[in-house]
Ligand binder design. Sequence first.
Ligand code: DGL
Length: 280
Amino acid sequence: MEKHIQSKGAIGIFDSGYGGLTILKTIREYMPEYDYIYLGDNARTPYGTRSFEVVYDFTLQAVKKLFDLGCQLVILACNTASAKALRSIQQIDLPLIDKQRRVLGVIRPTAECIGAITNNRHVGIFATTGTIKSESYIMEIHKLFPDITVTGEACPMWVPLVENNEYQSQGADYFIQQHINRLLKNDPLIDTIVLGCTHYPLLYNKIREYTPSHIHIIAQGEYVAHSLKDYLQRHQEMDKRCTKQGKCRFLTTESKEKFKESASIFLKQDDLKIESISLE
Ligand code: DGL
């Protein structure tokens, strides 16, 4: 019962694993004064190859956990969860759980920035199989910019490369080149590529290396952070319900040690306090 009367809390940031840390990092740079709780469902990652129902169930469990911990606002820092679960959670679950709380995703803020970046209106999307199959990027981009040709390429090996800390290995190059070549074969005119999975910024250097230099490569962190800041400025009632002591908690469904090792390298911080939790 207590969870329903809590009226203030940290901003929740959820991802299936480490990828959402790329979003958290940028959000904290933009808005260091807020408190955050990061939740990575590392034990059940990747989500990208799972069915709609499973991604929805897992994501709802995570959102409920973050709500229990007092979060009033949760960001799904995961494209797969944003593509497959966000709408149902917003339309079906939130009205039943708490009409005041909010859950936002990462696809819409990314789609909004595309129009100003592509010159020739040919855009490519790298994402998980789930995100590509959902066609969420095509729909969101076309709502705003119907003239843009959008071509998607699913990269099922890329998340496991990141989660298993193999993304800097030589073996990773093969899988990275393979998808760049396939995408550009499907639309050789592409001048802008969106990294439509929050894990992919960790592969940025390798993706850049094998992508022709005239092509813009967009990582989402900055756009999501900008959009969140704008949202909180426009929604003062929500802003007042977000606590601001500059603190950050890290929760994982995997072992604390494993999460700490990878997250510390990525966030370049070795004093992270990690809590292990279970979701159901
Ligand atoms: N990082 C997530 C995304 O943005 C999900 C990766 C996965 O679990 O497959 O899609």
